[in-house]
Design a protein around this ligand. Structure first.
Ligand code: NAP
Ligand code: MG
Length: 462
């Protein structure tokens, strides 16, 4: 993948308004692998204008035609799967196999799901003496992070396009190359000029200009709670719809009847995958006091096995931040049983897979999102105690429950304040709505619920 030195606006690669660039760095060896333009408010202006101009025609075509374009986009992503995986591995540092299966595989599944939903979704319904039309909201400003860089782009762009909206995307500064590859794929798929536009750049410059643009009808943001709060406030002041997918601190609740070894091993794998940079990761493992020491030992052994296989975190700042949290865990009295704050190898932004035992619910490492390969194991007395701990953070994005029988796990899951729960290791489902309770966000992505976010209703009475 060769970096473009322009922005993809109105169906072509155009020179950026300014001259500043962003270096793209490989987190494995800290080498610069490419340069992309750092967009300004002027580039955002041009992109929003193109998206606005393209909106009426794209909104007016039959959903089946939009479905056909999305199916073509899915096919291009399939054809370029290896290139996608190699690009994500180069700019994010994730192991190639994970990039193939997850970073390339998931967006293909999601694009496919929206090709199908665009064709089958009831954009018109009857309610008594009314006909209700589900109409596209308009121009979408999409701002995405680097941790699942293509997935997070497709999880916004595919439903927006399926709904009949047009889009301006500002991807994360750390992972702009796969965003450029996506723009090439949109072009190859024959999606009309202006329907999708890309402005690479820095969050506080290009991102903020997009979030504040008066001609953007909906802002869809995934990233940190701090930035999400500001974007939500700006959108609120402008009476503009907003979707926020923010942080998490999910609980993995292992009930006494569960298969302990399986629950612990799957739980550790869940936290360590993508080097812990997953908003829905089960970073708090909750174990009954009678099984606690056995679980801690299993977790430490499982984490140590990740030592050689784990990729780096995305950049030096993130590495310092994660190591800072590990220091904080030690300072607050948690017991380190695997990993630690030392850098396991150099160069590269590596962090050791780390497990803390004797973590209590009020500790910083049990409350704040670390976004690195760090697991906290907490002890509970009984089920009520487990529930209190599980629900005792400001977040509510995901979680897991393990029990001897499904009904027992389901009963517990129904009492959790969270948007997603995996029962006894249930698999990821690209059709299940994804999004948070409490401060984990506003709105849902994926499946039919994710499509609804980009629609507004018009009722005609007869
Ligand atoms: P972030 O700053 O919130 O970045 C997310 C996106 O927002 C990026 O495209 C970013 O641009 C952009 N952005 C930043 N400031 C902005 C502003 N003022 N206005 C508009 N857009 C803006 O997140 P981060 O710095 O990459 O990561 C920090 C922490 O956030 C992580 O440690 C983690 O805890 C959390 N996080 C959560 C998720 C998630 O999936 N929920 C994903 C990533 C990070 P730049 O790339 O230029 O900064
Ligand atoms: Mg940032």
């Amino acid at each position: 993948m060769k970096a473009h030195d322009g922005m993809y606006i109105d169906g072509a690669w155009r020179s950026a308004a300014g001259r500043d660039t962003i270096d793209v760095v490989n987190p494995v060896d800290e080498q610069v692998i490419g340069r992309v333009p750092a967009g300004t408010a002027e580039d955002v202006e041009a992109a929003v204008r193109a998206a606005r101009a393209a909106f009426p025609a794209w909104a007016a075509i039959a959903p089946a035609e939009r479905a056909a374009r999305l199916a073509a986009l899915r096919d291009v992503l399939v054809a370029r799967k290896d290139e996608i995986a190699e690009t994500v591995t180069a700019e994010l540092g994730s192991p190639l196999k994970f990039s193939q299966n997850v970073h390339a595989g998931t967006p293909i599944a999601v694009a496919g799901s929206y090709a199908e939903l665009a064709a089958t979704y009831p954009f018109e319904e009857k309610a008594g003496n009314s006909v209700v039309h589900h109409e596209p909201i308009g121009v979408v400003g999409a701002i995405t992070p680097w941790n699942y860089p293509l997935h997070q782009i497709v999880a916004k762009v595919a439903p927006a396009l399926a709904a009949g909206c047009t889009v301006v995307l500002k991807p994360a500064e750390d992972t702009p190359l796969v965003a450029q590859l996506f723009a090439e794929a949109v072009d190859e798929a024959g999606i009309p000029a202006g329907v999708f536009n890309l402005v690479t750049g820095l969050g506080p410059v290009a991102g903020q200009a997009l979030a504040e643009h008066p001609d953007v009808d909906l802002v869809s943001f995934t990233g940190s709670t701090a930035v999400g709060r500001r974007i939500g406030a700006t959108a609120g002041a402008a009476v503009k719809k907003v979707a926020l997918e923010l942080g998490g601190k999910s609980a993995n609740v292992i009930l006494p009847s569960a298969d302990l070894a399986r629950a612990v091993n799957v739980g550790v794998a869940n936290v360590m995958s993508n080097s812990g940079q997953t908003c829905s990761a089960w970073t708090r493992m909750l174990v009954h006091r009678d099984q606690y020491e056995e679980a801690v030992e299993l977790a430490a052994t499982a984490a140590a096995k990740y030592g050689e296989r784990i990729g780096p975190v995305v950049n030096a700042k993130q590495q310092a931040r994660v190591r800072g949290y590990i220091e904080k865990g030690l300072a607050e009295g948690a017991r380190l049983v695997a990993g630690g704050p030392e850098s396991p190898r150099e160069p590269g932004y590596f962090v050791s897979p780390t497990v803390f035992a004797d973590v209590t619910p009020e500790m910083t490492i049990a409350q704040e999102e670390i976004f690195g390969p760090v697991l906290s194991v907490l002890r509970y007395e009984d089920e009520e105690d487990a529930l209190r701990i599980a629900n005792g953070t400001v977040y509510g994005l995901a979680g897991a429950v393990w029990a001897g029988d499904e009904a027992e796990a389901v009963a517990f899951a129904r009492r959790m304040d969270t948007g997603q729960v995996d029962i006894n290791g249930g698999r990821f489902n690209p059709l299940a709505p994804f999004g948070g309770y409490k401060q984990s966000g506003v709105g849902r992505e994926l499946g039919a619920h994710g499509l609804t976010e980009y629609l507004q209703t018009k009722s005609l009475q007869f």
